[in-house]
Design a binder for this molecule. Sequence first.
Ligand SMILES: [Zn+2]
Length: 129
Amino acid sequence: MLDTTDRDTALTTTVPAAGDDPLRQLEYEPELPTGPLAIRCINHPQEISLRGIPVLCSACRARRDWLLINQGRTVWVRCRCGNQWTEPEITRADFDALVHTPEMTIYPSVEEAIAAAGFDGALAGIYLL
Ligand SMILES: [Zn+2]
């Protein structure tokens, strides 16, 4: 009799904990790429002009062929040379307007997405389009 009572209490303490386990929630995060913390990247082969001033890479002087990276309200511009900076003139709404396709590739990390898009510095000085 004492043995079964002990088993019942053990079950009630473990079952509710599984639902609130933060590790289980982390497992599901990569499947929700549209959440507020999702990081999205899009290629932008054309020049970008902000208030009439063309965006220029301060490291290599490139004028086009960017990777735009968005997380939350922040948008970064990344150059083929690997130089990356925050661009406060580009809003999340601007970024959303540039996303023309619902198709996306999900990568396990931003670094892998950057490398797959060719913006890890390996193609520095090259315009692909
Ligand atoms: Zn550059």
